[in-house]
Design a protein. Sequence first.
Length: 339
Amino acid sequence: MSEIENIAKQMIAKGRGILAADESTGTMTKRLSSINIESTSENRLKFREALFSAEGIKNYIGGVILYDETIKQKTSSGKTIPELIRSFGSIPGIKVDIGTKKLAGSPEEKITEGLDGLRERLAEYYKLGARFAKWRAVYNISEEYPSKLAIKSNAHALARYAALVQEAKMVPIVEPEVLMDGKHDIMKCYKVTDGVLKECYKELKLHNVNLKGTILKPNMILPGNKSKDKSNTLEIAKMTLKCIKENVPNEVPGIAFLSGGQTEIEATQNLNEINKINDTNFLLSFSYGRALQQSALKNWAKNIRDINNTQKIFNHRSKMNGLSTSAKWSMDLEKQLTV
């Protein structure tokens, strides 16, 4: 087994998932502003260091996705951020796309950019300690979208990115996110995600990407956030698993779902339900940002010196999601947190 195949398996080994701490400076500024904390590089580092040195990382997080600013920072003890993450038994990774722009030919849709100079950036990130990378494509659902152009263009970019990442001896996380914004029902989300995944794997194979050394980061199959259709957890689980089974090749070692606007509890509960009925060989795990950090961030905002309780909250969320990878989560366990 190659090194990248080993790393891919380690990242989402049973009971573990991925912490997406790769918010851009702009996104992090919005989050900190909403809780009345000044968004300085020092404050951004303080919050992230609190999470990265928590027991939850050691026990439930197999990989941490970083942003360009963060991977180059040093902690209060003098260690680099990747060194800190490794010391807790997790693998450092890096977001390498540079965001979305209007898609030429279909300006209502988005294309992800960042391929120019990517080979050189990957070499730098590898030296800094990254062993996996992430690239996110987004697709909106409406009467006429996503277009074939958006599906094909983003799949092509994801495949080119993945091939370059493996050339740099790292694991690519392939993230095609069908957004939950809209009035669509769960069946519409299923059909769009089905088409998106088919095109992605067609392009990945065309680009000779070793699927055993990749992780898929897809959306769950959910009704739109403005939909009258309120699907139950079991229906979400069945539709999500069906879509995975019909579209993801068996060589892929695992799938780390994104939370995509779900609440912390919804993201955990839905993953737990998917694993209850998982009859595949795929490791089905999580790669959450807000759904792992939101409560910890709110607590930290009350007193940025209160690292202990911030970590307690993060440890609890990490544990709940870790349990959901084995279908061992319950609402009773959820209520056991005391701060």
